[in-house]
Structure formats: structure tokens, C-alpha cells
Design a protein around this ligand. Structure first.
Ligand SMILES: Nc1ncnc2c1ncn2[C@@H]1O[C@H](COP(=O)(O)OP(=O)(O)OP(=O)(O)O)[C@@H](O)[C@H]1O
Ligand SMILES: [Mg+2]
Length: 277
């Protein structure tokens, strides 16, 4: 496995308030977490607890109200900084974002060619390499609508990776996929992670997915999002589906379910109270 030297993330006492002068929504409350270079971190928590907000602050899409976010010791977000999204932090979202009118190869090459970070030849060579290791050789000239949903997701991941990010940020990337395709995507991501050794922040509602893929899980409380619990996933790598029936996987599952269920219940009860008032 490639050992990452870059992509060390520190989120230090970060608070996010949306619309401070109006609705004043406290989304994330004083969260601190560190992701080691080359670590696979999953974030789970009830709906609306601030997971996407955390990812957006690290990606440089959303401002930080208090605290700071650092990558490899350099500050990338603080209350006084303007937003700084960069090719060192690439995001893959839940919903597909491929250009339907461009081929697979054109979609992958689009970013570096637009930004002028690679020559056309460099971009094409690199895209072909990444598509090959992603099982997409032979589909370079297809349009997104002519390949399967799992393949489209892989193209999106390749499109992020061509920029050589230090950190890959994935926000529920497999949520819309059927169970079989999801399982294929899990194996793809596990193999890719072992091969490229990049830091990954992966957001999901699916606890089995988090345990199967991650090194550690950051469980968030119901909104405002805070740390509820850290879960160390001490399952050996490389992993395959057999690990899902191991005793240790079941133990970790119980631990995660208990933590998330408690928070989901709080969110539900709060919703009931809000409805009653
Ligand atoms: N632009 C915004 N303005 C005001 N409030 C917002 C904004 N974006 C998010 N919020 C609120 O902040 C809270 C956290 O939202 P966020 O999208 O981070 O949650 P999440 O954990 O990703 O939820 P989900 O699991 O449903 O994707 C929610 O209560 C949401 O309504
Ligand atoms: Mg979200």
C-alpha cells in the first residue's frame, strides 16, 4: 500500500452557525477531530446533525464561524479567511455531477484542462491510467447515460483523483445505488484506498458501510453536531466481504448502532416536541 505523507487534517474547535443575523442555526458546535495522512475516516450521525457542513468546511465550500481547519499544518479555513476550495481537497457528492454531453474521458480530463494544470496529452494519459485501474478501460468514449450507475460513480471518483488531491471527500456517494452495485463499489473503494493511500473523509448513514470501509468512525450527536463517540475499526486490511460476518464486525456494529440510535431517538423526540408547539 502507498503510504501517504500528505493529507493530515486538523479540525480544531470548529463551530458553524448558519445565518447568524437571522435564523441563527447552530449546525456544528465546537468539534475537534484529526485525520492522519492516509487514514480513512467515516462520519456518521442522524440526519441534519452537521455531517455535510463538516465536509463543506474542510472542502472550503462553507465558512467557519469559530475555530480553524488545517491541512498539513497550513490553515485552510478560519473565520477571517475567505473560502479556499482547492485541488488538494476534492469532493465527490451524493448526486451524480457528470456532464452528460461529454464522454467519460472528456469528463475526467475537464478539470485539469480547464485549470491549465496539465497538457492535453498528460491529462489523457493520466485519465486512461486511472480509468484502467477503475475497471473502465474500453468505456472512455462512452457518454455517462450509456454506462451503469456504478460506473458513473467510478468516473466521478476518477475525475476527482486526476487532480492528485491530498484528501478525497465523499458525501454519501453510494446512497442512491442498489445493494449489488453498492457492494461492488465498496470493494472498488477498498482496493483503491489500499493502492493510492490517500486520506479519505467519507460521510454515510449506513453503519455497515462505515465499518467495512473506515479505519475510524466519528459518530456525531444530533444537531448541533458534536462528538458523540470515536469507534476504532480494528479490522485487518485488505478487507473483503467475509469480514462482514466476523465476530469483531458484529461487535463494532452493535457499538455503532447503540451510539447512533440514542442520538436518532433524541432527534425524533425533539421533532415531536417541535411539532407539538
Ligand atoms: N445554508 C444553510 N442555511 C441554514 N441552515 C442550514 C444550511 N445548510 C444546512 N443547514 C442546517 O444545518 C444543519 C446541518 O445540516 P447538514 O446538511 O450539515 O446535515 P447532515 O448531517 O449532512 O444531514 P443529512 O444526513 O440529512 O445529509 C441542518 O439543520 C440544516 O438544516
Ligand atoms: Mg448531508
Amino acid at each position: 500500500m502507498a503510504k501517504a505523507k500528505e493529507g493530515h487534517v486538523e479540525i480544531k474547535n470548529v463551530t458553524k452557525i448558519y445565518d447568524p443575523l437571522g435564523a441563527n442555526v447552530l449546525a456544528v458546535d465546537n468539534c475537534t477531530l484529526e485525520i492522519q495522512a492516509g487514514e480513512f475516516l467515516a462520519i456518521v450521525g442522524p440526519s441534519g446533525c452537521g455531517k455535510t457542513t463538516m465536509l463543506n468546511m474542510l472542502a472550503g465550500f462553507d465558512s467557519v464561524t469559530e475555530g480553524e481547519v488545517c491541512v498539513d499544518e497550513a490553515c485552510v479555513a478560519s473565520p477571517t479567511m475567505r473560502l479556499t476550495p482547492g485541488p488538494d481537497r476534492m469532493v465527490v457528492f451524493q448526486l451524480g455531477a457528470l456532464f452528460p454531453w461529454r464522454t467519460v474521458l472528456e469528463n475526467v480530463c475537464f478539470g485539469p484542462l480547464m485549470q491549465g494544470t496539465m497538457s492535453k496529452k498528460e491529462a489523457i494519459d493520466k485519465a486512461r491510467d486511472l480509468l484502467r485501474v477503475s475497471g473502465l478501460q474500453g468505456f472512455e468514449d462512452d457518454y455517462p447515460m450509456n454506462i451503469s450507475s456504478g460506473m458513473q460513480r467510478r468516473v466521478e471518483i476518477v475525475r476527482a483523483l486526476i487532480n492528485e488531491p491530498k484528501i478525497l471527500l465523499l458525501d454519501e456517494p453510494f446512497r442512491a445505488l442498489d445493494a449489488m452495485t453498492k457492494s461492488v463499489m465498496h470493494k472498488y473503494l477498498l482496493d483503491l484506498f489500499d493502492m493510492i493511500g490517500k486520506t479519505i473523509m467519507f460521510i454515510t448513514h449506513d453503519l455497515d458501510e462505515a465499518i467495512y470501509l473506515a479505519d475510524r468512525i466519528f459518530v456525531m450527536t444530533t444537531r448541533p453536531g458534536r462528538l458523540k463517540k470515536w469507534i476504532d475499526v480494528d479490522l485487518p486490511r485488505p478487507r473483503d466481504v467475509h469480514v462482514k460476518v466476523s465476530d469483531r464486525f458484529m461487535e463494532l456494529r452493535q457499538e455503532a448502532i447503540a451510539a447512533v440510535h440514542e442520538e436518532a431517538l433524541k432527534a425524533f423526540e425533539r421533532g415531536e416536541r417541535e411539532l407539538a408547539t
